[in-house]
Design a protein around this ligand. Sequence first.
Ligand SMILES: Nc1ncnc2c1ncn2[C@@H]1O[C@H](COP(=O)(O)OP(=O)(O)OP(=O)(O)O)[C@@H](O)[C@H]1O
Ligand SMILES: [Mg+2]
Ligand SMILES: [Zn+2]
Length: 288
Amino acid sequence: MENVTPFMLEMTKRGMKHFVNELKERDDFEVNFFEGKCANCNGVAIVPKYRINGHKDWISVFSGQNVNCKVCIDQKELAKVFDANKKSTNEYLIERFEKEYWEIPNDLKEAGFKNFRVEGNSALLEAKRVAIDYVKDFMEGNRYNLLIMGNPGSGKTHLVTAIARTLKKEGFLIGFLTTGKLLSKIQSTFNKGSMKTKEDIYRDISRCNLLILDDLGSEAKSKDEFDWSKKELFEIVNLRIGKPTIYTSNFNEKHLPTAIGLRTTSRLYKDTKFIEVVADDYRKKLKK
Ligand SMILES: Nc1ncnc2c1ncn2[C@@H]1O[C@H](COP(=O)(O)OP(=O)(O)OP(=O)(O)O)[C@@H](O)[C@H]1O
Ligand SMILES: [Mg+2]
Ligand SMILES: [Zn+2]
């Protein structure tokens, strides 16, 4: 190798003592640089080698390992930086979604599986089991949808909050909204000066690892809004086909088509577990 000064060789020798076990306790060796083949691109890789005094062979510091050229080494470093960046993009996304699409009701901020009581009600027990299984399956990569139907106060939002909080802690990108809230978010993009377009929201909605839409069927307020809501809901359900989504509703299977439309209901069936919980209104237990 050209351009190698005695000083560089001396420094390399010192460094090598830390690198190669055999050299730790000795000083009777010389070092030099040789040209090798980059394992990645077949280009020229510079390989530092040492030779113990009196021995014939030069030994590579990387003996038994692949060596890379300068370009490939730089590329590897760059890939690491990109990876770190990817992670921070994801963290940024999680933060943004928490601001924009994470709306756990105030009374459910602490809702979890532990404080969901079944009190001998077999429907509640079954619902809780399905919810816990959902989390387990999700973590194992077995992803599907849930539709939880039931009367007011039966604990639907509590259960889906428990699912959402557990998976969010695992780092998944999760949206949690009532359908009404999501629709008004979409509606507000039509306002003058809105920072977002409807397409932005659609993109976000299809991006969530898990989307929870609470209170399906309770979104429409007036007759005018009814048709618009139905159409939007159809778009949203369509967007989420093939992506894990959990719906809750006060309507049961029989009445859902009237509330949200036949075509939307029909699309809810694909890959979806339906459960119905009938239970005393828990809110009555909470009154002062
Ligand atoms: N099985 C339960 N164990 C403990 N708390 C419960 C249970 N079921 C409901 N609750 C509590 O009762 C309140 C109402 O429950 P939740 O909001 O889940 O009802 P819901 O089925 O979503 O009702 P709605 O249809 O009106 O939205 C919440 O504060 C919730 O924590
Ligand atoms: Mg609810
Ligand atoms: Zn190379």
